[in-house]
Design a protein around this ligand. Structure first.
Ligand SMILES: [Ca+2]
Ligand SMILES: [Ca+2]
Length: 297
């Protein structure tokens, strides 16, 4: 009897937990909702009605040929948090002249970054839309991409920048963009000619922009720009040197805005005479040293 009760309890528990996991998944699939976080010099949790009041003041519309998207120009939204006093409406021209990036994040993780110099005073080019054909945005576009609550559209917005499901708008790199750190190199400093060796490279970007790597292997072969990769993650690349020599591996990094880091380098030796590095020769050399016989190695 007791066992029956325990088994029934376990089954009920599993059913309850199972339902919870399912509802958790559904929630995860759509986290796009108000308030939308607006972060800059000051910060605002923007409510739906607050955004609609901005639309009343600054409404801009753009038609993609099939549909008309309306909302607020990006620079007018940036203006709400570009001064210490939030929602003061005036656009901080001085701050814009120094340069910063407007970073738009969707609830599905997609990020689009815009230079303020591209969006400033550009009313129809970059619009943060909250309606389509006069209606509230749908949850998803016909291509199953997030749309509600806010969607970036406009005559200067092209794929993949047409980010929807925007839940966070940030002004980053205020005072200008910075290049990634000098990349670090990890890997063997000597080896055998004709063998492939793997080297690990990493860098971080102060603004967490995506990064690209450019590698010179020292033998005249260069990589093109590899990337984009997430800032802060290690990447590996392999190379084979085909003749005996000393080589200088050089690497630099750049971010999505083409700001380049300085070079880092690592000297690699591929033996001039392979037998000098062979284990048998080394044993033989040690033996000669033991008997005090002269030989340079
Ligand atoms: Ca302002
Ligand atoms: Ca950067």
């Amino acid at each position: 009897m007791k066992t029956k009760i325990i088994i029934t309890s376990i089954i009920i528990l599993i059913i309850i937990l199972g339902f919870n996991v399912t509802s958790l998944k559904i929630n995860k699939q759509n986290d796009g909702d108000w308030p939308v976080e607006l972060i800059g010099v000051s910060s605002i949790s923007v409510s739906k009605s607050q955004f609609e009041s901005w639309v009343e003041t600054y409404e801009a519309c753009w038609s993609d040929g099939d549909h008309t998207w309306c909302g607020v120009p990006v620079w007018r939204v940036a203006a709400m948090v570009d001064d210490p006093e939030p929602e003061d409406y005036s656009f901080n021209e001085e701050l814009a002249a120094e340069g910063y990036i407007v970073k738009l994040t969707s609830w599905d993780g997609w990020v689009t970054e815009l230079q303020i110099s591209d969006v400033a005073h550009n009313d129809n080019g970059y619009i943060i839309a909250n309606t389509i054909d006069g209606e509230e945005l749908p949850e998803f576009t016909p291509r199953d991409r997030p749309s509600y609550p806010l969607h970036l559209r406009g005559e200067d917005v092209f794929s993949p920048n047409t980010v929807g499901g925007i839940i966070k708008i940030e002004l980053v790199s205020i005072g200008g963009n910075n290049p990634p750190e000098i990349p670090e190199i990890r890997g063997p400093s000597n080896g055998k000619t004709g063998t492939s060796y793997t080297y690990y490279f990493s860098t971080s970007d102060p603004e967490e922009n995506n990064v690209y790597y450019y590698i010179e292997w020292g033998d005249g072969s260069n990589s093109d720009w590899y990337g984009p990769y997430t800032s802060g993650n290690e990447k590996s690349f392999s190379h084979t040197w085909t003749s005996d020599d000393k080589y200088n591996i050089r690497i630099k990094a750049k971010d999505t805005f083409n700001e380049e880091s300085d070079w880092n380098s690592l000297e690699v030796t591929m033996p001039k005479y392979k037998f000098l590095n062979s284990p048998i020769f080394c044993k033989f050399f040690e033996l000669l040293k033991f008997f005090n016989l002269p030989l340079s190695h």
